[in-house]
Design a protein around this ligand. Structure first.
Ligand code: 0WK
Ligand code: 0WK
Ligand code: BGC
Ligand code: BGC
Length: 926
């Protein structure tokens, strides 16, 4: 081409007019960046599920490689230009290394666009060839599946295809779990077996591959056939995944950005042409402006238009120019290469059957330039939104971060990567971004993820019996509902495991309570004595002062007399400090153990639970025992007006602030719940009007064997080693007194089987109670949890590896998750009972909650809330944490009992004594 070949002014003007829409001004790019940012934020929201265009899919990858990964893995890499099957060998420690062997297999178009079965059979065929070729057909290797399409995941080994993109359109796959489809195809072939442990997106695989080299890599970018990015997001920003601590990788699927029309103003008619001619019109609009699959097609559309305008190829549109897909993106990369002379451009056009002049080749080169430049600029604007978000997540002025990149467009196009980097710098000036090219593809990353997932997978398999499906939880819910009915019925109560004890509390506070009361709170972690003043100036206020007293083990395990003498002594000490020894204040006694009552101020202890085993108390009235102990002292007097269970106290305390509160829940040392039941359902108490609070004593659920199918060997071992074998079996699966010990027993067994601590077992690890529930809570704090695990396990002398710490954290999660799920199922039964009692379609209620496990465990409350809402979707439940303990509630109950006795004339008419059968003859007005 003679140097002198130039475009005429008119040609120039018309060409500029055609290409002008591709020249995006910085303001426009900033607008795109901000719109992308808005879509990212929206996609993370719970309410955006199913609506957002940028789907922000959780990947269940919660960390980048830390060098402890090791093992032999198979990896599949499907969705990019090539389908690869890889064998990846990872060594950890000082000589850490990754060896990879791979084979590339073609995916014919008819397979890409055939049936799902054909596609997955083809994949399995390729795996078989690879295993044959590598001579490892017999080895059931763990497999990591890079599947480069939008998948909604519920866990690392599940991925439901949201919709095909790029060149794929196989039928019966969208909405299906691609891991199941692969497992099915392997089963169909029945020639080898594989353990599919993880399915990951190629952006995630790329981030992990690069993260292995650079720990600062928290973003994965693909600029290839398709376009997409993932990044590590703070859990607290991911509304649809439980938990607020740590990070999880989010697959943005930004290819769909603009599918809601938000960037239509920068889409050109050529973009619309390409979209209409694509396999998925209207979808992946951003991808169709930025990725390798479409850039060539955009250029072809422009060339056709310019040719129609007579600006190119002498206005002749050749057959080949009409052919869709003929102008592949690789030609752009070649044509735009600076080293390529115009003559060579003409040769390329020739190969495409396009006879061109020098001017033509100049125009074609320019067209390619503006199309690829726009793609890189748009990609840069999107990435600027991501790095800016990371910077704000970290709350730093200046962010340093690495982006792992892969994809033929980024790798092969001469300018794309440079323009992309410059654009990010321009649009995110406070971010210093390093771009790390992935040399090994995402297969390596997939293997690293599989290594971590495999560890947890083994434990999941090992503790399979502790992972309860919703189906099982709904079954437990139905069983508990039956137990409730048995407990309420006169005929079945005597043999019922769940005693459903009437409490003679008939309603929650109504705001009229007032007075000066003492409340005793015995049975939880602490023995508390409170002074509660309820007054009525402008509005009802409650003032409380309290003291915590120790209850040494020898008192808890000694005689009942010593125990109540101790209680009376502490009360004396408290009244001393309060200078009220001369007063006879009404006392409300929160006694957190199963008591049969026939009236408010009487409580016959049925059986001790938790840490208590004082003799001579079971079967006795604890009010009498306390009165006796006080009398014996003779240095003060007290009027015990009411004995209440801590669940009742908690319901009353929360009822003081929320009139809708009709359930009291304790998840602490022990566990239990009470709720307001219709009198007509309570056979043991006379009368059908109104309601009475029932203390379910659900801790004993399963004592009749009704939970044997879900109890594990560890639960049985806990029970055998407890103070009350055969009793409180549900409590022993759920509550704080036992959770740490459950974990310890599991760790001992896993160590014995060489799954942990390289089989090391130390005397500390073998010591009962050495692993406490507060350790479980500390270890599940995801940020510092692993460090805590190391600290705690080191104290147990087992010299834990990092892997061990991850494994132990996972065991803690499984045990505490089971607890929250089981409580959700029994609570669900109570909520269904309340809903049916009220005969409403949708129940709106409040549950008052207390207890150290619920309060202190970092994830417990959220898990309980979430599972409860899933198991009883037609209930709107507010969980109200009791800030001030059950003492306040006990005072409320006492206030009403006191008001009733002080208005003695009523007493005359309504003696409240129960007959032998425990029934009260007269309606209690309370
Ligand atoms: C190589 C990765 C693969 C990814 C591909 C994307 O190993 O997972 O899908 O890059 O680039 P493309 O081949 O689509 O250009
Ligand atoms: C605080 C309440 C008390 C209850 C305790 C239960 O005031 O009545 O027994 O919560 O939680 P725990 O202390 O057993 O964890
Ligand atoms: C897919 C993404 C993938 C990207 C790059 C897109 O079409 O939706 O899942 O990451 O291509 O391969
Ligand atoms: C007791 C219940 C109590 C619960 C929570 C259980 O062991 O039996 O009465 O409500 O612990 O403290």
């Amino acid at each position: 081409c003679p140097k002198s070949s130039i475009l005429l002014a008119a040609q120039r003007r018309r060409l500029d007019a055609a290409l002008a829409p591709f020249l995006l001004a910085p303001d426009t790019l900033r607008e795109v960046r901000d719109k992308m940012r808005a879509e990212l934020e929206y996609g993370l929201k719970r309410e955006a599920q199913g609506k957002a265009t940028v789907k922000m899919l959780p990947t269940y990858v919660c960390g980048t490689p830390d060098g402890t990964e090791k093992g032999k893995f198979l990896a599949l890499d499907l969705g990019g230009t090539n389908f690869r099957v890889l064998l990846v060998k990872i060594k950890s420690g000082r000589k850490r290394s990754v060896q990879m062997y791979n084979k590339i297999f073609a995916i014919p178009l008819e397979i890409m666009q055939g049936t799902g079965e054909e596609l997955f059979d083809h994949i399995v065929q390729c795996i078989a060839e690879f295993l044959e070729y590598m001579g490892i057909k017999g080895a059931c290797l763990p497999l990591g599946f890079t599947f480069s399409f939008p998948c909604r995941q519920a866990s690392i080994d599940k991925g439901t295809l949201v919709g095909w993109t790029k060149g794929f359109k196989a039928t019966d796959c969208e909405g299906e779990d691609v891991v199941d489809m692969l497992r099915e195809a392997i089963r169909r072939r029945n020639e080898f077996d594989l353990d599919i442990v993880a399915v990951v997106n190629d952006t995630v695989g790329t981030m992990m591959t690069c993260g292995y080299e650079d720990p600062n890599c928290e973003i994965g970018l693909i600029a290839g056939t398709g376009s997409n990015v993932c990044y590590m997001e703070d859990m607290k920003n991911i509304e649809i995944v439980e938990g607020n601590e740590g990070k999880m990788c989010i697959n943005t699927e930004w290819g769909a950005f603009g599918d809601n029309g938000c960037i239509d103003h920068i889409r050109t008619k050529y973009d619309r042409e390409v979209d209409e001619g694509s396999l998925n019109p209207g979808k992946q609009r951003y991808e169709k402006m930025t990725s390798g699959m479409y850039l060539g097609e955009i250029v072809r559309q422009i060339l056709i238009d310019l040719t129609k305008q007579g600006l190119l190829f002498r206005g002749h549109i050749s057959e080949s120019l009409r052919k869709r897909g003929i102008f592949e993106t690789k030609f752009l990369s070649q044509i735009e290469s600076d080293r390529l002379a115009l003559l060579q451009v003409r040769r390329i056009l020739q190969q495409l059957g396009l006879d061109s002049t020098c001017e033509d080749s100049i125009i074609v080169k320019e067209v390619c330039g503006v199309v690829s430049r726009r793609a890189a600029r748009l990609c840069g604007a999107g990435l600027a939104a991501i790095v800016e978000k990371k910077r704000e997540n970290r709350g730093v002025e200046h962010l340093q971060i690495t982006v792992g990149v892969d994809g033929t467009l980024y790798k092969l196009h001469p300018h794309f990567s440079t323009v992309l980097r410059e654009t990010v710098k321009e649009l995110a000036p406070q971010c210093d971004v390093t771009f790390l090219l992935s040399e090994d593809g995402s297969g390596k990353g997939a293997a690293l993820i599989t290594a971590v997932a495999k560890r947890l997978h083994n434990i999941d398999k090992y503790l399979y019996a502790m992972r309860l499906s919703d189906e099982t939880l709904l079954d437990v819910m139905a069983r508990f509902r039956r137990e409730m009915k048995n407990g309420l019925s006169r005929d079945f109560n005597p043999t019922a495991a769940v005693k459903m004890l009437p409490t003679f509390v008939r309603s929650i506070p109504d705001g009229s309570e007032k007075g000066d009361f003492i409340a005793l709170d015995l049975g939880g972690s602490y023995f508390r004595i409170l002074r509660v003043k309820v007054s009525h100036e402008k509005k009802q206020t409650v003032q409380m002062e309290s003291e915590i007293y120790n209850t040494p083990e020898d008192i808890m395990h000694g005689s009942g007399t010593r125990l109540f003498d101790h209680v009376a002594e502490c009360l004396g000490d408290f009244m001393e400090k309060q200078q009220i020894k001369d007063k006879k204040l009404p006392v409300g006694f929160t006694f957190s153990f199963p008591c049969r009552q026939t009236k408010l101020d009487e409580g016959i202890l049925i059986t001790w639970t938790k840490r208590f085993k004082a003799s001579g108390v079971e079967g006795a009235d604890v009010v009498k025992l306390l009165n006796k102990a006080i009398k014996k002292r003779g240095d003060y007097d007290a009027d015990i007006m009411a004995v209440v269970n801590d669940t009742v106290g908690t319901m009353m305390t929360c009822g003081f602030d929320d009139q809708r509160c009709e359930v009291g829940l304790i998840i602490g040392t022990g566990t239990n719940a009470c709720y307001m039941e219709e009198m007509r359902h309570i056979d043991l108490v006379e009368g059908d009007e109104g309601r009475m609070c029932i203390n379910t004593e659900w801790g004993a659920f399963g004592d009749d064997g009704s939970l044997e199918d879900i109890r594990t060997e560890f639960d049985r071992e806990i029970d055998r080693g407890s103070l009350n074998p055969g009793k409180q079996l549900f409590e022993k699966m759920v509550s704080g007194l036992y959770m740490g010990e459950l974990v310890r027993l599991i760790l001992v067994k896993m160590a014995k089987e060489g799954l942990l601590f390289e089989g090391r077992i130390t005397p500390e690890l073998l010591t009962k109670g050495k692993f406490e529930t507060k350790h479980v809570s500390a270890i599940e704090k995801s940020k510092e949890g692993l460090n805590k695990a190391k600290e705690i396990l080191t104290r147990l002398g087992v010299e834990p590896s990092h892997e061990d710490c991850i494994a132990v954290q996972h065991v803690c999660t499984i045990v505490s998750f089971r607890s929250a799920n089981l409580v959700a199922s029994t609570l669900g039964a109570i909520l269904n009972q309340l809903r049916d009692n009220k005969g409403v379609g949708r129940l709106r209620t409040t549950v008052g909650v207390d207890g150290s496990l619920y309060k202190m465990h970092p994830q417990y409350a959220r898990r309980l809330h979430k599972t409860t809402r899933r198991l009883v979707p037609d209930s709107e439940v507010r969980f109200l944490l009791s800030e001030s303990g059950s003492g306040k509630g006990a005072a409320m109950v006492t206030a009403v009992a006191y008001r009733r006795t002080s208005s003695s004339w009523l007493h005359l008419f309504l003696p409240l004594q129960a007959d032998q059968s425990g029934c009260c003859k007269f309606l209690s007005v309370f």
